[in-house]
Design a protein around this ligand. Structure first.
Ligand SMILES: [Zn+2]
Length: 214
């Protein structure tokens, strides 16, 4: 029973950070839509039925809590993956949003959104207040290689086991928070959030966007 609880715990953590959009999850290897989430732990009876229908794949019970492991599988070609473990070439888009926390009034609060695509196109949007329309937009083009290097440095931290990932939580909080969305070739997104405070992810992204736009 302990094993089962552990397994479910590990699954829950993964799902919190993944966003699945309206598009079906496709296999990063063969592009098939016949994919299913991998379930770790001891399967219940109704799960066996779901597995026969191809809605679920059993992953067994060898779960190490701190290690990224496959959370999706392809019933067509048998490939199993998790976005954390894919090579950086599978990152299609990085969206880095920085929001000012205050102390200014809401209508003056600024938001910046940076969209960085695999082909090297980078767009910066600036918003003010709560309106949905951006105030300014700037488009830059960099080499695909430069985006790949960014993707590689992000993926290196994301895919590392916890004890190796060396994530720094920044110390100086200057009133900005970020939301980082990383899109992958399987149509899923990994979402990371935190304060802009010299931590690992915000430092990498801040350096990149400063180089491109300033
Ligand atoms: Zn496949």
């Amino acid at each position: 029973m302990d094993i089962l609880t552990n397994c479910l715990g590990a699954q829950e953590k993964q799902m919190k950070s993944m966003l699945q959009g309206k598009r079906p999850v496709i296999c990063p290897k063969c592009k098939s839509e016949k994919t299913a989430p991998i379930l770790y732990g001891l399967p219940a009876d109704e799960m066996l039925e779901a597995s026969k229908r191809g809605e679920i794949i059993f992953g067994g019970c060898a779960v190490t809590d701190d290690m990224p492991q496959p959370d999706y599988g392809c019933t067509e070609c048998g490939f199993r993956w998790s976005d954390e473990l894919l090579p950086a070439t599978h990152i299609t888009k990085v969206r880095y949003k920085v929001v000012e926390n205050g102390p200014c009034p809401l209508e003056f609060m600024r938001t910046w959104v940076y969209e960085i695509k695999q082909d090297g196109s980078c767009t910066k949007y600036q918003y003010q207040g709560r309106g949905g329309r951006y105030q300014s937009r700037e488009i830059k083009k960099v080499s695909g290689w430069r985006v790949y290097r960014l993707a590689r440095s992000l993926q290196k931290i994301i895919g590392a086991p916890l004890w190796e990932s060396n994530i720094i939580d920044g110390r100086v909080c200057d009133g900005f928070r970020y939301n980082l969305q990383i899109s992958y070739t399987d149509n899923r997104k990994l979402i990371l959030e935190g304060d802009v405070s010299g931590g690992t992810f915000d430092s990498i992204l801040d350096r990149f966007v400063r180089n491109v736009f300033d």
